[in-house]
Ligand binder design. Structure first.
Ligand code: URA
Length: 206
């Protein structure tokens, strides 16, 4: 077994910037080795709504900000249609390094494993403590299970306001990438409508 030097969130961090600069050198799991940089959360530090995705993608890894690629554009559309201003939310991920595998010239997303999600959880907890949102939106299974535990099923419990172990209510919904992967227009539109409905539930409680 290999052990990594874990950069822990500073216990008295008061700002996202303080957390972000500590997380820049995190080696709490092996993902830092193949990633360009740590992609920390970004957005309104005083937001009433925090949205948590899975992990940065290719574009996020290169640009150093969450949700700036195709999934981010779809998320922005969903927020807009739910009447939520993207500039007023805080966006982050359950895992803060890009996990990928090479296929030819492309870097293909790989789902983070349980150990990688667990290693990154202290950063998410620290972000929640600093931002103190009124509601957390969990985008997809990785984010939902990181916060709510491994038996949580987004398909069964999406769109409900639930108590979380952090004491902050959460609403789970699908990950925007799953909408992008829909194979036909009809299922894409249905998934998008359900996504927007879940976001509206969260907005009501923010
Ligand atoms: N998918 C995520 O879960 N997060 C990002 O930041 C980008 C894509």
């Amino acid at each position: 077994m290999r052990y990594w030097r874990v950069a822990q969130p500073p216990p008295k961090a008061r700002t996202v910037d303080e957390l972000k600069s500590s997380a820049a050198s995190c080696k709490g799991c092996d993902l830092w080795q193949n990633a360009t940089q740590t992609v920390f959360g970004d957005g309104d530090e005083h937001a009433r709504m925090m949205l948590v995705g899975e992990q940065p993608g290719d574009q996020e890894d290169l640009q150093g900000k969450p949700f700036v690629g195709p999934a981010g554009r779809l998320l922005e559309r969903g927020l807009d249609e739910a009447g939520i201003d993207r500039r007023r939310v805080y966006l982050t991920n359950a895992v803060k390094h890009f996990r990928w595998t090479r296929r030819g010239k492309r870097r293909l997303h790989e789902k983070p494993n349980v150990g990688q999600v667990r290693a990154c959880r202290p950063w998410l907890e620290a972000e929640i403590e600093v931002v103190r949102p009124g509601i957390i939106v969990l985008l997809g299974a990785t984010a939902a299970q990181s916060v709510m535990g491994p038996s949580f099923r987004v398909s069964k419990q999406h769109g409900e306001v639930l108590e979380s172990p952090f004491g902050t209510p959460v609403v789970a919904t699908v990950h925007p990438s799953s909408i992008l992967r829909a194979t036909d227009d009809e299922s894409r539109e249905a998934a998008m409508s359900s996504f927007i409905a879940d976001l509206k539930v969260a907005a009501k409680h923010a």
